[in-house]
Ligand binder design. Structure first.
Ligand SMILES: NC(=[NH2+])NCCC[C@H](N)C(=O)O
Ligand SMILES: O=C(O)CCC(=O)C(=O)O
Ligand SMILES: [Fe+2]
Length: 353
């Protein structure tokens, strides 16, 4: 493939005809390439460089210090190389995951909701540089969702962002080692879980994405019987995502595939190790933990996904041995999700006339 399509986002989205045209172009780029680039602003670039410096400093800390950035309440924190599994095989980056950083005093943490807790930061500097970068990408995510709603010709451009108030946005900072004689696996083929994946990488390279293939059946990763992990791993076509300075790459996650009844596909991607170490950021723009998504297109409008359930299922799948997963099992924390779903789906109380 030639270079990816690159777009410049406007300052704000009004629903103008220019915004609609841009929205259509974004949808079209995803439908042909599975991914597009957006140019970064100087503020975003500063936030990225600061997050990158802070992350390089973090990954150089002694293993014992990194390993202590761990929580049994939240999936935030350090993931050692080989800890995460994708389709039954170990992935090789070391990772720092940032999920919503909730104090012990917050209601959901007190009540023992799965995945809810404070982030185990190594230090205050790391926390502020990561939060600043995620805040920048949060604004990008919201703009993109408005443009996507316009591009899909939804009657209300706020349809998608209505899911992301207090969204469960999270980020993975990844350091991939250089390949060795024993392996060149970075991360196995997979899709990610929410609405948008907004990524950046250094100049090394290693990410591949799968464009839409006419007639190809794609798994629905939110169904237990249709994991997308490992799907198509050894089957072409895969597009190498060439590192380009001062851009973010953007593709859809599982929830956008579900909402659009497959008009947009959650883009499968995988990572190969290179001859040098590589750093990448993957930011995930997500619905609110309690959001219940229903398709906005197609014929399946009364099916739904409880986003927090999908997130929790996916992280338990990624980290079967992690202390966080064990505590969810031990304390039957999934019961909170069942209760939340019951509240949503409980038949309306009937009152006598
Ligand atoms: N936490 C993530 N987003 N991990 C991406 C890799 C794929 C993941 N291990 C899975 O089984 O779905
Ligand atoms: O390494 C990359 O560029 C992407 C990483 C990725 O796919 C992920 O963290 O989910
Ligand atoms: Fe990914």
């Amino acid at each position: 493939m030639t270079a990816l399509q690159t777009f410049v986002l406007p300052e704000c989205i009004t629903g103008s005809s220019a915004d609609k045209a841009l929205g259509h172009a974004l949808i079209k780029a995803w439908q042909t390439d599975g991914i597009f680039q957006i140019t970064s602003t100087p503020d975003q670039e500063l936030a990225l460089q600061s997050a990158l410096q802070a992350s390089k400093r973090f990954f150089k800390m002694p293993h014992a210090v990194k390993a202590s950035c761990l929580s049994d309440l939240s999936y935030s924190g350090y993931v050692f190389s080989g800890e995460e599994v994708t389709a039954g095989e170990r992935d090789n980056p070391e990772i720092f995951t940032v999920c919503k950083d909730l104090p012990h005093t917050s209601e959901q943490v007190q009540q023992g909701w799965p995945c809810h807790g404070p982030a185990p930061w190594p230090d205050a500097d790391y926390k502020s540089s990561m939060q600043n970068y995620m805040d920048e990408l949060g604004l990008v995510g919201e703009k993109l969702l408005e443009l996507v709603a316009l591009g899909l010709e939804l009657p209300d451009k706020n349809t998608l962002i209505s899911l992301t108030k207090n969204g469960w946005h999270h980020m993975r900072v990844l350091r991939f080692p250089a390949e060795s004689s024993s392996t060149s696996r970075g991360i196995g083929a997979h899709t990610d879980y929410g609405l948008l994946v907004i990524a950046s990488q250094d100049d090394v390279g290693g990410l591949y994405i799968r464009p839409p293939v006419p007639g190809e059946k794609r798994n629905r990763n939110w169904l237990q019987s249709e994991s997308s992990a490992g799907q198509f791993e050894h089957q072409e076509p895969w597009t190498f995502v060439k590192p380009v300075p001062r851009v973010f790459t953007v593709f859809p996650g599982d929830i956008l595939q579900f909402l659009t009844d497959g008009l947009l596909l959650s883009t499968p991607h995988k990572v190969k190790l290179n001859t040098r170490e590589r750093f990448a950021f993957a930011y995930f723009h997500e619905p609110h933990f309690e959001a219940v998504a229903r398709p906005v297109l197609g014929s399946e409008r009364d099916t739904s996904i409880h986003y927090g359930e999908h997130f929790t299922n996916m992280f338990m799948r990624c980290y079967p041995e992690r202390t966080t997963t064990k505590r969810i099992h031990r304390e039957n924390r999934l019961a909170h999700i069942e209760r939340l779903k019951d509240e949503v789906f409980r038949p309306q109380q009937q009152y006598p006339n």
